[in-house]
Design a protein around this ligand. Structure first.
Ligand SMILES: [Zn+2]
Ligand SMILES: [Zn+2]
Length: 260
């Protein structure tokens, strides 16, 4: 019978490995297991889902509301109460819908720098716009990827210290290869300008604007659903146009650098 695999058949032996007969490292002396610190374990308590507070929702007369459980980095709480018909939950915790949006945007694990300020809408705005742009940006990057590049999508909104001194909430899409980051597209909002969405491609901001639904809300304007849809479509078409152009420009620069 022919052996299935013959060493050296192709003349490319792998580099020599230590022979199995090499002496084993000396055994470590027995050490007693570390003594566990005697802190009383903190027990997570399932928060009440029903209370006796008036529900904040318009036209709701229920008095079964509980407070939103959101606490920001300064220890401030959200003071709105909502009944079971009008709250939202993330990870088994009750929040108002707005803060459920914040938690959903940045993830509900512990954030080292604390949760965004209680009145900050930036994370959920970034999340919202990022979700609407996701398929488009993914397709644009995947199509422009060269050999060896992989597309990576950031699953949640991340928090960064901005050059301006405040925070920046950002969600990004990337092309990476074995050398690291090749190209990033990101949508972000900076603290202090919480209604302006900015788009960064590579190292430069290529487009910015206040989403029409935010502008309308600010000015108290109501429009029909159809007008809302067409205004949203215009806003996203504007961002998409600038994303495509900037991705192409970045890739063209990459190519000329490689051809040198
Ligand atoms: Zn209610
Ligand atoms: Zn809240």
């Amino acid at each position: 019978m022919m052996p299935l695999f013959r060493r050296g058949a192709h003349g490319t032996d792998p580099p020599a490995r230590p022979a199995p007969s090499e002496p084993l490292p000396p055994l470590m002396p027995f050490a007693p297991p570390p003594v566990m610190p005697s802190l009383s374990p903190s027990v997570a308590r399932f928060p009440a889902t029903e209370g006796d507070l008036a529900c904040r929702a318009r036209d709701c007369s229920n008095h079964t509301g509980v407070l939103c459980h959101y606490v920001d980095r300064r220890g401030r709480r959200c003071d709105t109460a909502w009944c079971p018909n009008h709250w939202a939950t993330v990870g088994g915790i009750v929040y108002c819908r707005r803060h459920a949006g914040t938690i959903a945007a940045i993830g509900y694990f512990d954030h080292p720098s604390g949760m965004p300020d209680v009145d900050n809408r930036a994370p959920s705005l970034v999340n919202w716009v990022g979700r609407d742009l996701d398929a488009f940006v993914a397709a644009t990057l995947v199509q422009s990827a060269t050999q060896g590049e992989t597309f990576v999508r950031e699953p949640v909104v991340s928090t960064h210290a901005d050059r301006s001194g405040g925070r920046r909430y950002e969600r990004g899409w990337k092309l990476v290869d074995h050398t690291g980051l090749r190209l990033v597209v990101a949508v972000f909002v900076v603290e202090g300008e919480e209604t302006t969405i900015r788009v960064r491609v590579g190292s430069g901001v290529v487009a910015e604007g206040v989403p029409p639904w935010i502008e309308r809300h600010r000015r108290g304007i109501e429009v029909t659903e159809e007008t809302d849809r067409s205004q949203r479509a215009l806003f996203y078409a504007f961002l998409q146009k600038h994303i495509v152009a900037a991705v192409r420009a970045n890739r063209a620069v990459d190519q000329t650098l490689q051809q040198r």
